[in-house]
Ligand binder design. Structure first.
Ligand code: DQA
Length: 141
């Protein structure tokens, strides 16, 4: 089973960035940890601060991966291009946010990608990625 975690802008700063909101663990640390928890899953990670690179990656993996876990970060609220890419591809996309976007500023309340995703996990911290992975593992088609 092949799953990829795609992280959007500023998520490369996890651990350093506003730790009161996003926690103090780096994504690399966390990624090693989840890989060891799911040894039978082929798990990849891609991060970019650039919208078009996220669109390119979705197109590249979107016909061969069993699942995509996407935290589009700020592009969640703005990117028609990412939303369209999710609609275009075949792999199911599960949206994840570390913080609860509905408990924050109003501009974060609207996700324009959600309608094209199979579901959303928001506000459960970095553990949200782990829950998303369990979902794909348990619903392998
Ligand atoms: C985020 C929430 C977004 O509003 C924000 O722009 C991010 C991270 C989250 O994981 O909580 O960069 O997607």
């Amino acid at each position: 089973m092949k799953i990829i975690i795609i992280n959007g802008p500023n998520l490369n700063l996890l651990g350093k960035r506003e730790p009161e909101i996003y926690g103090d663990q780096s994504f690399d640390q966390f990624f090693e940890n989840i890989k060891s928890k799911f040894p039978d899953i082929h798990l990849d990670h891609f991060q970019s601060n650039i919208e078009g690179e996220i669109v390119n990656k979705l197109q590249q993996v979107g016909y061969s991966y069993d699942g995509i876990i996407l935290n589009a970060a700020a592009y969640t609220h703005t990117s028609v291009a990412i939303s369209d890419a999710i609609a275009a591809i075949e792999s199911p996309v599960l949206e994840v946010h570390i913080s609860n976007i509905y408990a924050r500023e109003e501009f974060r309340h609207k996700s324009i990608i959600s309608a094209n995703c199979i579901g959303m996990i928001s506000g459960l911290g970095i553990e949200g990625y782990l829950l998303a992975l369990s979902y794909f593992k348990n619903h392998k088609s």
